[in-house]
Write a protein of this length. Structure first.
Length: 78
């Protein structure tokens, strides 16, 4: 991740923390933060991968598993 986008990831974390459980609307959120949809989905994946958030997905098969998470929670609220 480029250092210029760290503030974008921080904005995303603030939005997730303020609305629990966070049900992402990827199009509106990407417009609000100022990044494209694909980058936003990558950020959600990265935040889950490093343990800051926990993404919950619907039970799906095939290509539908690659879509947005159903809900996003902060992993450790302490």
């Amino acid at each position: 991740m480029d250092l210029a986008y760290v503030t974008k990831a921080e904005q995303l974390l603030v939005i997730i923390a303020e609305s629990v459980p966070f049900v992402p609307n990827v199009s509106k959120l990407s417009d609000k933060i100022g990044i494209n949809r694909t980058t936003l989905l990558s950020y959600l994946h990265y935040l889950d991968e490093i343990g800051l958030t926990q993404n919950l997905f619907k039970n799906a098969h095939g290509i539908s598993k690659l879509q947005k998470p159903s809900k996003v929670y902060l992993d450790n609220t302490n």
